[in-house]
Write a protein that binds this ligand. Structure first.
Ligand code: PLP
Length: 402
């Protein structure tokens, strides 16, 4: 299953300078497809994956809510006009002041994973609904979110009990199986743990009404560090999720609703960068080997932050079909980490690539803008544009900018 890049290519071809382009129709279609795969699920888009106002507004208009990590993201979410009931404070790490600010903004749903956080919530967000986050191993994901968040099943029951005793509403459980999760087994495991904790909480008289299945659903167009397409088993994941949700409903003593906090999955394949070649060089380094290096106008610090685990899909529209050489791809700054990890063979690039030639970088819509520095070495953040691209029935034509 590969994303259809055709519509984005039209917009990339129309771009005259470096920028990141988001295809709002593609994002909407992705959102609709997700809802049809997982009927009844309520989406809380993880804002950090793409904190771009137009993208957020488009998701909010479609019915999505937001997973926000603090008062600043909450304020940005509210500017889309989304009802505050659809904003979830999904960060387990919060100060007293952040809790109080979120509460003053009207947020009532909070993730938690510790007794200390529950005590702070009881004081600064009285009566709030809390979701206890369960720890996961992060196995099978490119970025496991294992150590920093979540607690054991036993502690989860303690945390929920403490929340109830402190006058909060123990409302649910949450998990995150790790970002760009590539296995359905990780979901299976998480769902098994969720079922066990729901049953134990029920036995202690705690009725939970929600399960938040978190993020982790993959981008389809991503390449690994060797340049190999990842082909995540998305259909299998959806099957596991549908069956798991049914199982949890049966395990629960009361009615259960489901939230999902996708980030990457909704936006990654619908964002692309128009960059340009800074220079293609060939050098003999200290080991004696000659190698080609292709330096791009953007890199780790302005658009391609995830080059530690990914290779990005590159296209050279002015060199289609031309002879290539294998090169290491790197960004323009004076930092040696600003380069693909480059395991295995290099990335094929046109032998005649010249300074200034356009380069298209596909499937880079997730975590691109949020991970951009303010101007490391003076290289500015990429400007962005949002397009509505050629939906058959769309009144706005190909590449039409809004
Ligand atoms: C980052 C994050 C997400 C989104 O993760 P993806 O892998 O991009 O789907 C969801 N929930 C929480 C709490 C997060 O921190």
């Amino acid at each position: 299953m590969m994303p259809d890049y055709g519509r984005l290519r039209t917009a990339l071809a129309a771009a005259e300078d470096d920028r990141i382009i988001f295809d709002l129709d593609g994002i909407e279609a992705q959102y609709d497809a997700l809802l049809s795969e997982l009927p009844g699920i309520d989406v809380r888009f993880a804002m950090k994956a793409c904190p771009v106002d137009e993208v957020l507004a488009c998701l909010a208009a479609r019915g999505a809510g937001f997973d926000a990590a603090g008062p600043q993201e909450i304020a940005q979410a509210l500017r889309t006009g989304v009802p505050v009931e659809r904003i979830h404070y999904g960060n387990t790490v919060k100060s007293d002041r952040q809790i109080a600010e979120a509460y003053a903004l009207g947020v009532r749903d909070y993730a938690t994973d510790s007794l200390a956080d529950v005590a702070a919530l009881a004081e600064h967000a009285p009566g709030a609904r809390v979701f206890c986050r369960l720890a996961t191993t992060g196995e099978g994901a490119l970025w496991g979110l294992s150590r920093k968040f979540g607690c054991s099943p036993e502690d989860a029951v303690r945390v929920l009990t403490a929340a109830r005793d402190a006058g909060l509403t123990p409302a649910g459980l949450s998990v995150h199986v790790g970002s760009q999760q590539l296995t359905s087994e990780a979901w299976q495991q998480a769902l098994d743990t969720l079922a066990a904790v729901i049953e134990e909480a029920n036995r202690r008289g705690i009725l939970l009404d929600h399960v938040n299945l978190g993020g982790g659903l993959p981008a389809l167009g991503a390449l690994d560090r060797y340049g190999i397409a990842l082909h995540p088993p998305l259909d299998k994941m959806f099957t596991v999720l549908r069956e798991g949700m049914q199982r949890l409903r049966e395990a629960s003593a009361g009615p259960l609703e489901f939230l999902l906090e996708p980030g990457r999955h909704l936006v990654a394949d619908h964002g692309a960068i128009r960059a340009h070649v800074t220079r293609l060089t060939e050098r003999r380094q200290l080991g004696g080997e000659r190698s080609f290096w292709l330096f791009l106008s953007c890199g780790k610090f302005n658009g391609l932050y995830e080059m530690d685990e990914l290779r990005y899909r590159l296209e050279f529209p002015t060199h289609t079909g031309a002879p290539t050489v294998p090169a290491v791809i790197a960004g323009p700054t004076c930092d040696s980490d600003d380069a693909f990890a480059d395991e295995g063979a290099g990335t094929p690039v046109p032998r005649d690539a010249a300074s200034g030639d356009p380069v298209w970088i596909l499937s880079c819509g997730a975590y691109a803008t949020a991970y951009t520095t303010r101007g490391f070495n003076g290289f500015p953040p990429l400007p962005h544009s949002c397009v509505r691209t050629a939906r058959p029935a769309d009144p706005i034509g190909p590449g039409g900018e809004r």
